[in-house]
Design a protein around this ligand. Sequence first.
Ligand SMILES: C[S@@+](CC[C@H](N)C(=O)[O-])C[C@H]1O[C@@H](n2cnc3c(N)ncnc32)[C@H](O)[C@@H]1O
Ligand SMILES: Nc1nc2[nH]cc(C(=O)O)c2c(=O)[nH]1
Ligand code: SF4
Ligand SMILES: [Mg+2]
Length: 210
Amino acid sequence: MSYAVKEMFRTLQGEGVQAGRRAVFVRFAGCNLWSGREQDRATAVCRFCDTDFVGTDGVGGGKFVDAAALVAAVVGFWGPSLDRRFVVLTGGEPMLQVDDAIVDALHDAGFMIAIESNGTIPAHPGLDWVCISPKAGSNVVQRAGDELKLVWPQAAIDPVALEAWDFTHRLIQPLDDAHAAAHHQTCIDLVMERPAWRLSLQTHKLLGLR
Ligand SMILES: C[S@@+](CC[C@H](N)C(=O)[O-])C[C@H]1O[C@@H](n2cnc3c(N)ncnc32)[C@H](O)[C@@H]1O
Ligand SMILES: Nc1nc2[nH]cc(C(=O)O)c2c(=O)[nH]1
Ligand code: SF4
Ligand SMILES: [Mg+2]
């Protein structure tokens, strides 16, 4: 199978429990909850996306003919060191494209594989770190994993109900929009009330990283 990748880059993981780790990001093109076109945002299931995932024209992006070609590019961004190799598969929705061949080839190259997914498609069982970020109005089938990362606030999602899902860590991430400061306080208030949750900030944005 070939893979459509919007962009690829090396940075620090900005979000969640793995925040601060050196990582190569592979941003797959396309999502099942929004076309990525601004004219469709208001009618999409997911309306707050902060990411351009349309096409393959970003830095490090392209159409990769097979898993070997994709992993060669990931290794190129990581560099020759074999120490703590860490790749984050994101998008768009990565589970539209992640398959056995990619997971096996990244493992063969010594990578720990994390995914950022909306949870509407079952996560590949070979992944090493599964982060699921549920979206109101979608059907989340992947209700277990390492990290549940709830962007907050979202109307029609009840964080208390989500506490029953089988995740090792539960994080609340402030919605980044025109009211970000108010959302920070809303998230702090929620963690104070429900200590099952902890705060996740998008630290790459604070630091000016990709
Ligand atoms: C761009 S998404 C790609 C992965 C996958 N489609 C998903 O939604 O989890 C990566 C992460 O950014 C989060 N995110 C997207 N837009 C955001 C925003 N405006 N504020 C805060 N987090 C956001 C998502 O919830 C997800 O955890
Ligand atoms: N530095 C950095 N960390 C991230 N963690 C999750 C991201 C994503 O867009 O999936 C992201 C991202 O875009 N940049
Ligand atoms: S599900 Fe993820 S990639 Fe898709 S529109 Fe929402 S935040 Fe963006
Ligand atoms: Mg991002």
